[in-house]
Design a protein around this ligand. Structure first.
Ligand SMILES: [Zn+2]
Length: 128
């Protein structure tokens, strides 16, 4: 039996009791009225609590999303770090293909031992 049912039950009992004087009736029903007011207030608080609970759930979902985003960003940063560490101060040379005129960039170590280089555009082997 919930609080509301208990109060209704009490109300019924009091009505059946048929208190003698007016003052008693007034006091009994004032008590019942106070109980009703209490239950109403408790209901209001439950509603507010429920709203807070929803807000907290939203916030914790948001935090989880942020954590995922952070982890992804950290991963991306690690990749960038790896790239930067891989080739510290890396330099590229550029060359114009004498065959097709294509200008391209290449790493110095991309040259063959004899200094030959293949044009990425037409495949012409450029001898240095
Ligand atoms: Zn070429």
């Amino acid at each position: 039996m919930g609080a509301r049912e208990k109060i209704a039950f009490l109300e019924g009992l009091l009505e059946g009791l048929d208190p003698k004087g007016d003052p008693e009736r007034k006091i009994y029903f004032a008590v019942v009225e106070a109980l009703h007011a209490l239950v109403d207030e408790i209901d209001d608080h439950e509603e507010i609590l429920e709203e807070h609970r929803e807000t907290i759930e939203d916030l914790s979902e948001y935090c989880e999303q942020l954590e995922e985003d952070m982890a992804r960003l950290e991963g991306d940063l690690d990749d960038v770090d790896d790239l930067l560490e891989d080739e510290p101060g890396e330099t590229f040379d550029s060359l114009e293909c004498p065959e097709c005129g294509h200008v391209f960039f290449f790493k110095p170590e991309a040259r063959a031992e004899d200094g030959a280089l293949q044009c990425p555009e037409c495949g012409f082997v450029i001898q240095d």
